[in-house]
Design a protein around this ligand. Sequence first.
Ligand code: SF4
Length: 459
Amino acid sequence: MASIFGSEGGDTKIMDAETFKKYKKMGREKIKGKGFSLWKGMYSAMLAQTKDQPLVPFMEMMLNVFLDVGSARVEGKPIIMHTFNYGPEIFYAMGIQPLMQELFSVGLSPVRMNEFYIDLTDEMGFGDNPTICNASRPLIGAYFKEAAPIPDLLFFTSTPCNSIAITYQVFQHLVGNLPTFVMDIPYWEYDPERKQFKDYYDEETLGYILNQSKNLVSWMEKNTNQKFEEERFKQTMGWLNQSRENIMEFQELLKAVPCPVNSVAGFSNWFTMALCGGTEGAVKVTKSLRDVASANVKKKVGGIADEKIRIAWPYIHVFFDEMNLFPYLEQNFNAVTIMDLLGFYPVPSHDTSTVEKCFESLARGTLDMSMVGSCRGPAEFYIDHVVRWVKEYKCDCVIVPMQFACKHNYSMLRIMAEVVKEETGIPSLIFGCDPFDAREVPAETIRGRISEFLTEVVM
Ligand code: SF4
């Protein structure tokens, strides 16, 4: 059965006392030094949750991510900080340790430890909740308290939002002399086969991103001692595309009624790709999730008990209530969320037989990545995505916990809700909150809004 941390594969071990001790020791040895105090705390908190539990592949991967970043610093391996909307595969291929920053700044949110750093960032005068998103803003306050890991290199993209673009520029200049690469994500459609977007097609789109990917490789070579090796790149892209295949199969299985996994299993897939895309570990995790979904479909077993409502959630989770909101909806309304905007990873596998094909696959993945593909163009990209999703996954309603800081999504929602109603007949609930900060709209109020909507409109 799927749990909030993923699913048990056939060869799942138990985190027994001896294994637990081993991980604890590794944490002491590998995670230390300036900027790593919170990182170590997060690792310890995560480790504590695994004690005497099945060590599912997803959790094993998560623990290793924390350890690998710590080890890299101890061993002098270069660390590159990158944003959540870009896969780390090219960094792994170059032997550079990726650090997906939002694992840090959003990872603090479920235990409310981000609030102190949000307030500090406010006091320093960098944005506030309604203008700049709190997904990454805690990084700025944490930097000043010497509580944030400082990378050797920084990478971010121009998409999906101005919050990302501006927060990372501020961080870059605060740290000073931090080599930084910014990838410009183009607006237009790249695939002439996608007929519904023919008005937005531009034949230069794919080449534009592909050239930047090659420039990124040269930039990494120039700023580190690492060298690009073709065979290693091909191996990485092979693993990446195996994971993509697993995920596409998994997503196909979620069309079954009842849905074979719970509300967060899809998110585990995206998380895996954002942290470990292009590694053998990611192949293992995505395969384990796919296998559980497949076995449950065969047995006609649902991921939640007695499924009654299928929710489309075309936005991010309410991260500060990550551990409780979905279980609450599952238990009280028999409502399963059929993935969310990040958890739906719409990247198929590609041909990787040559180095050039590998670069093309990398570029396509960048353009189609969760949230990026649907939010980097005209509103039609997003609306079409949601309507198809609602129809194919047989959803009964749409729920969006929206923050004003996420301006590009905010501006499309009302049109999206109207088109969804017109084309599928199902209702939408859009309500304001800050998904990263419990103090704006508390968890109880959010649950109340959703409960009222499910009871009075959907059921
Ligand atoms: S929630 Fe919206 S504003 Fe915040 S990081 Fe994600 S895309 Fe950007």
